[in-house]
Each structure stands twice: as C-alpha cells, then as structure tokens.
Design a protein around this ligand. Structure first.
Ligand SMILES: *Cc1c(COP(=O)(O)O)cnc(C)c1O
Length: 454
C-alpha cells in the first residue's frame, strides 16, 4: 500500500459553480486562415446555410460558421451545466505517478462523473436547449457505442423533448445497458440499420445481419429528420459547433491549472470525431498558434480506425449514404468498414475539420494504438486511480503512461494533462475480454480514399 505524504496534498481541484465559464471559445477566430468550407456535393460549391435550417436550429448553424471569438453561453444552458453538475474536478494522479516512479506530474480532467458518464452532455444540453427555444418538439440522432445517445436522451428529458436514437446494430447487441438508459430517460432507441428508413431497408435487404456503423446511423437519422415535420437532427461530434460547446472543459482546466500555478507541457486526449479533445485543448491551441505557449498536443486514436495517422486530407461525406455536405477532413473514406473494436466512440471514418486542419498544419500530432495495449493502460489506471475508464479514454491514458516513463528515463519534470472523457462501467464485457486473454487486435492496411474533388 502507498503510505501517505499524499494526505497533505490536493487530489482534486474544484471550482465553485459560479465559475462556470460565461462564454464558449471559438477557435475559428484565431486560425491564421479560414477553414475550407463545407461543399454541396451536387455542385462542389460552398453550401449556403438555408438547407441546414431544416436540420438544425438557426443559432447552431450560425455558430458553425461564426468567426467571433467568444460565444455567450445562454443562461438556461449555464443552469443545465450546474445541474449536471459542472464545473468538473481536475484531478492529480499521484498514485499513478508513484506507480510509474516518474518525475512527471500527471493531471486529468474528469468528465465521467455526470449521470450520462461522459463529456457528451456538454453539447447535448446546449443542442437540446436551442431546439427547445425554437419550438422543435422532437430530436433525432445516431449513436455508435451509446454514449451520445444516452446524453441526448437525458438532455431531451431535461428540456421536455421527444427523442429517437439510431444505434449501430453491433453496439445495440453488445451494450444493452446503454439502450436501457435511453429508454429510462424516455427516448426511443432503434437498432441501425432499421426498417424505419428507406436507406436502412435497402441495407437490411442486402444483409439482414448488417452490423451497422456510425456513418449508416447518421444517414438514417438525417432521413428520419427530413421525413418528419417538427423534427431536428443532432450530431454529437465532428462539427464546429460541437467542439465549440465542449470548450467549457478546456476553459475550466485553464482556471484550475492557474489556481495551482501550473502550465501544461503536454496535453493528451483521444479522438473519435474530435470533440472531447478539441474542447479540452483548443483554448491552449489558440495560444500556441500565436506563439504564447509551446504546449505539445497529442491526439490518440485506434489502430483499427486510423483516421488521422493513415487518413487522407480531402473532402468526404460525414455519413455512409452520402446525404451530408462534403467536409474537408482527414478520412478513411465513408465506406470504410470500421472493425468491431470495444472503443465504439472511436469508430468513425472521418475527423473534425478543426482537428484535421491542426494536425495537417503541424500544430498537433496524433498517435494510434492497438486495443490490447490500450486496455493494459486502462487496468494500470484503474488499479492506481480507482476509476475504470471508458475504452476511448484509455487511448489517451496509454500515451500518458508511456510519456511519464520517458520522463523517468530523461529525468524531465513535465506537466502532463489529459482529458478523461468518460467511465467504462458499461464496457465491462470489454474488460472481461481483455482479462481473459480474448481480446483481438485489428490493423487494416487497405483503404479506399475518396476522390470527390481534386
Ligand atoms: C464519444 C466518446 C469519445 C469520442 O468522441 P469525440 O467526439 O472524439 O470526443 C471519447 N470518449 C468518450 C467517453 C465518448 O463517449
């Protein structure tokens, strides 16, 4: 057992509830060049915002393209953040440091303690609010592993909206707990591909056991939205407004590190669509772009879905059917069949345009890991810090542990900060597969990159 000069040390840095940031931070104000615009696939010209009003509240469409630096968080959303509750603690991982015998200091932002268990309510509550304000009664979305679907279900319950969630069939079978959570919160959860949309019926005709994917579920959710009046669509990652809402995380981290007089040397996180890591680090990326810090930014992904380490920076659809606008992003191609890894939240073919741009321009770097080494890191973290992390979160933990070990070799006293995006209490079968030696690694080598523009 570790005995304790720790008793006198500060484990968690809490902020008062009146210290929730008043505004979200918009990185688009500080990029040295504008992001490449989304294109209309039929004309390959930048899309106009009007068609998007059928899918999203006007305010969210405005946020998507805004270049204003600070966007005020509506009072009702601040109230919802307090209810969640926010601010979340920033934790010091003393026992992990001790276990690794490293001179590095390790901090993590803990986003897994709210009722949905991940960072996703930070944007789900905001999106539900804007829909409620516009008088929309029903929202539809997709979910890969179920975390986003449960965040939407909880947020719809908060604002009194109806919700339907298309959940990728493989997760629907693997993770009944997530589906039940959504139903308890009053939402409908359907296995995707489903009989409820034309696209779903087409896929099921071809293969009744189609395991589905996030891209397929997005296509179904968009089709559902367009065929039901009074319905809007919600997306849980990738888009600029989603990363914007998540900056509440990074802005809190800034206040918390300032309170203990620390500056990060390395900021680490996992990337599925890029929202939790973006929200966590973008306030610091802004200072890096303007030369005010030289923080190292490291984004961690799965070797089974190497969207940024093996992806191509090009225009691609956000979904599988090809109904969304084309986004310029690092992508493996919309038809990429993501292997059934346990980190369901990392199974997406593309990457947020903001994160893609930062990686391509060299402000950020990315690394990829196989799932067995990731679960080994997750077990070390659970045994030292107590928290059983989400498989997605554990990708970042793998890098943190390796970096802290490098610090032991070099004697550097780096401050490493990572975003703990969620807990893994509904992923216990994945832990069981790891502990019983039945976890497989996947590493595809063949990709079919899109080529819609030249
Ligand atoms: C959804 C999810 C992710 C991946 O999505 P991002 O948009 O990249 O954040 C990571 N961790 C958890 C816990 C998630 O639920």
């Amino acid at each position: 057992m570790f005995v304790s000069d720790e008793y006198s040390k500060r484990r968690a840095i809490f902020l008062d509830q009146d210290q929730i940031p008043e505004s979200w931070y918009n990185i688009q104000a500080d990029l040295p060049e504008p992001l490449p615009p989304p294109l209309d696939p039929s004309t390959l010209k930048p899309i106009s915002p009007e068609p998007l009003f059928r899918l999203f509240p006007k305010e969210l469409v405005a946020q998507e393209v805004s270049t204003g630096r600070w966007i005020k968080i509506p009072e009702e959303v601040i109230a919802a953040y307090r209810w969640l509750p926010r601010p979340t603690p920033l934790m010091r991982a003393y026992r992990l440091e001790r276990y690794l015998d490293t001179p590095a200091k390790i901090y993590f932002k803990w986003e897994g303690a709210n009722p949905a268990g991940s960072h996703k309510p930070n944007t789900a509550l905001a999106q539900a609010y804007y829909n409620w304000r516009e008088g929309v009664e029903r929202i539809v979305t997709e979910t890969g592993a179920g975390q986003w679907g449960s965040a939407v279900a909880m947020s719809a319950a908060y604002f009194g909206l109806k919700a339907r969630v298309y959940m990728a069939a493989s997760s629907y079978r693997q993770k009944p707990g997530r589906k039940i959570m959504m139903e308890v919160w009053g939402a409908e959860c359907v296995s995707s591909p489903s009989q409820l949309t034309e696209f779903g019926r087409k896929l099921l005709e071809r293969n009744p056991d189609d395991p589905g994917s996030l891209g397929i579920a997005i296509s179904e959710a968009v089709e559902d939205t367009l065929t039901h009046e009074g319905t809007h669509y919600c997306l849980g990652s990738v888009l600029n407004h989603v990363l914007l809402h998540q900056t509440v995380v990074g802005l809190e981290v800034k206040k918390q590190l300032e309170e203990v007089g620390e500056e990060p040397d390395v900021m680490v996180g996992n990337i599925g669509g890029g929202s939790n890591y973006g929200g966590f680090c973008l306030p610091y990326v802004a200072e890096r772009i303007t030369g005010k810090n030289d923080v190292e930014f490291v984004a961690c992904e799965s070797k089974a879905v190497p969207h940024t380490t093996k992806g191509k920076y090009t225009y691609d659809f956000g979904d599988t059917a090809g109904v969304t606008p084309l986004l310029k992003m690092l992508t493996l191609g919309k038809d990429y069949r993501t292997p059934p890894i346990h980190a369901g939240g990392l199974r997406y073919h593309g990457m947020a345009p903001i994160i893609s741009w930062l990686i391509v321009k060299g402000y950020m770097r990315s690394v990829a890991y196989a799932q067995r080494e990731v679960f080994e890191a997750a077990n070390i973290f659970a045994r030292t810090e107590g928290i059983i992390p989400a498989p997605e979160t554990a990708h970042g933990i793998k890098y943190v542990i390796d970096e802290a070990r490098r610090c032991k070799q070099s004697g550097e006293r780096k401050t490493i900060v990572f975003n703990a995006s969620g807990h893994g209490l509904l992923d216990l079968s994945a832990y069981q597969a790891y502990l019983s030696g039945q976890m497989e690694n996947w590493e595809p080598t063949q990709f079919n990159y899109p080529n819609y523009t030249n």
